[in-house]
Write a protein that binds this ligand. Structure first.
Ligand SMILES: Cc1cc2nc3c(=O)[nH]c(=O)nc-3n(C[C@H](O)[C@H](O)[C@H](O)COP(=O)(O)OP(=O)(O)OC[C@H]3O[C@@H](n4cnc5c(N)ncnc54)[C@H](O)[C@@H]3O)c2cc1C
Length: 355
C-alpha cells in the first residue's frame, strides 16, 4: 500500500474471507453478533502493522453504526450481509470543502421530489470513497435550520447523478483513499433515508462517538508499533562502545514514551469499558478524552521513535517514518484536538468533573 498508494483489493477480499468484517454484525445479517468492542480491539492491532489498512477496516464498523441504527429493515438486508462478507465497501460522507469541523454548515442539499429526494452538492475527504459501493451521505433538507436541517441518506454507487471523484493525496495513510464525491440531482428513494428528516446531525454524532474510540485505538496501535521498533533498535545499536539504550539520556526518552503509551492505553480501555457496559453518556465523554490523548500521544511517540533511530528512523527502509506520517492523520479526522476539547468542556458543564 505504501509503495503504490493503491487500494489493496486483494487484502480486503482476504480480510472478508477470514470473517474480519463479520465481527460487528448481528447474526441475522450474516455476522457473528453485534459487538461494539471487538472491532476496536482488532483495529488497534491492525494499526500496529498498517494504520492505512486499519482505517480502511475501521471505517466499515463506523459506517455500520448509522445503518444498523436507522436503516429501513428491508434496505439493511440488501446491504449489511454483503458488507459483512467483505463484498461491499461502505463509506460515510459529511465533510465538504467549506464544512469540516463545522458539520452544520454543509451546503449539499436534498430536495423532496415524488418518491424520494434529489441530492446536489460536493463532498470531500470521504474515506474509501473512490472504491466505495454504498455511502451514508448527509445533506440539508432545510437550509434555514442549521444542524437541525440535516438528513442522512444511503446512496448506492450506481445512482445516476452520483460520481466518485478524485482522491486527495495525503501525507500518510497511503493506499487508503480519501475522495471527493459529486452529486447532481442524484435520486434517492424514501426507503433510503436514514431516520427522520432533520435527524442527520444526531445520527452523525452517534456515529462519531464510536468512531472516535476507533481513531484513538488506531493511534495507540501506531504508537505501540513505533515504540517497539525504537526499543529493539536502541538495544542493538552501538555508539560510544555500548548499546544506545544504555545512555541514560536516551533511556529516559524511551521510558517517557513507554509511560505515555501506557497512560493513553488505560484511558482508551476505560472508554471501551463504558462501551461494553452500554453506558452511552460515559462512552461519549471518554471517546473525546481518548481521541484527544491517544492521537496527540501518537504524534509525539512516533516522532520520538524516529529520533531514537537517527538517520535510520528517517529512512524508508524502516517503517517508523511511515508510522510518524500516518499518526498525523488521526489528529484530524473524526474531530480535531481542538474540537475534542470543546466537547470535553461541554461534558464538564453538563455533568461536572468525572470522579
Ligand atoms: C484521512 C482523513 C479521512 C477522513 N475521512 C472522512 C470521512 O470518511 N468522511 C467525512 O465526512 N470526513 C472525513 N474526513 C474529514 C475530517 O472529518 C475533517 O478533516 C475534520 O473534521 C476537520 O475539518 P477540516 O479539515 O475542514 O478542518 P477545519 O474544520 O477547517 O479546521 C481547521 C483548524 O481549525 C481548528 N478549529 C475549527 N473549529 C474550531 C473551533 N470551534 N475552535 C477551535 N479550533 C477550531 C481545527 O481544530 C483545525 O486545527 C477525513 C479527513 C482525513 C484527513
Amino acid at each position: 500500500m505504501e509503495r503504490t498508494a493503491e487500494f489493496p483489493h486483494a487484502l480486503y477480499a482476504a480480510a472478508g474471507d477470514v470473517g474480519l468484517f463479520r465481527i460487528d454484525v448481528p447474526e441475522e445479517y450474516g455476522g457473528i453478533g453485534r459487538d461494539h468492542v471487538l472491532p476496536l480491539l482488532a483495529a488497534e492491532r491492525i494499526a500496529r502493522v498498517s494504520p492505512a489498512f486499519a482505517v480502511t477496516f475501521a471505517n466499515c464498523a463506523d459506517v455500520l453504526t448509522p445503518i444498523l441504527a436507522k436503516a429501513d429493515a428491508e434496505v439493511a438486508r440488501t446491504i449489511v450481509p454483503s458488507v459483512a462478507a467483505g463484498a461491499l465497501i461502505p463509506c460515510i460522507s459529511m465533510s465538504e470543502s467549506t464544512a469540516g469541523s463545522d458539520v452544520g454548515s454543509m451546503r449539499a442539499r436534498a430536495v423532496r421530489v415524488d418518491g424520494g429526494y434529489r441530492i446536489t452538492g460536493r463532498k470531500m475527504w470521504c474515506t474509501n470513497g473512490s472504491v466505495g459501493d454504498v455511502f451514508v451521505v448527509f445533506a440539508k433538507t432545510d437550509s434555514d435550520a442549521g444542524s437541525r436541517g440535516i438528513t442522512a441518506f444511503l446512496v448506492h454507487k450506481d445512482t445516476p447523478g452520483f460520481e466518485r471523484g478524485r482522491d486527495e493525496p495525503l501525507v500518510g495513510l497511503r493506499g487508503n483513499p480519501t475522495s471527493e464525491l459529486v452529486f447532481e440531482e442524484a435520486f434517492v428513494p424514501h426507503s433510503h433515508r436514514l431516520g427522520e428528516e432533520g435527524e442527520g446531525f444526531r445520527i452523525a454524532m452517534l456515529t462519531l462517538d464510536s468512531a472516535r474510540l476507533n481513531a484513538a485505538g488506531m493511534a495507540l496501535g501506531t504508537a505501540t508499533a513505533a515504540l517497539s521498533f525504537a526499543h529493539a533498535y536502541a538495544l542493538e545499536r552501538q555508539q560510544f562502545g555500548k548499546p544506545i539504550f544504555q545512555h541514560q539520556g536516551l533511556q529516559f526518552l524511551l521510558a517517557e514514551m513507554a509511560a505515555e503509551v501506557e497512560m493513553a492505553r488505560s484511558i482508551w480501555l476505560k472508554g471501551l469499558d463504558a462501551l461494553a457496559r452500554n453506558d452511552a453518556k460515559e462512552a461519549s465523554a471518554m471517546a473525546s478524552v481518548a481521541k484527544l490523548i491517544c492521537t496527540e500521544m501518537a504524534v509525539r511517540v512516533t516522532t520520538q521513535s524516529v529520533q531514537v533511530m537517527g538517520a535510520n528512523g528517517l529512512s524508508k527502509s524502516n517503517p517508523v517514518e511511515r508510522l510518524m506520517r500516518d499518526s498525523r492523520t488521526f489528529e484530524i479526522f473524526d474531530g480535531t484536538p481542538q474540537i475534542q476539547k470543546l466537547l470535553i468542556a461541554r461534558h464538564l458543564v453538563r455533568d461536572g468533573v468525572p470522579v
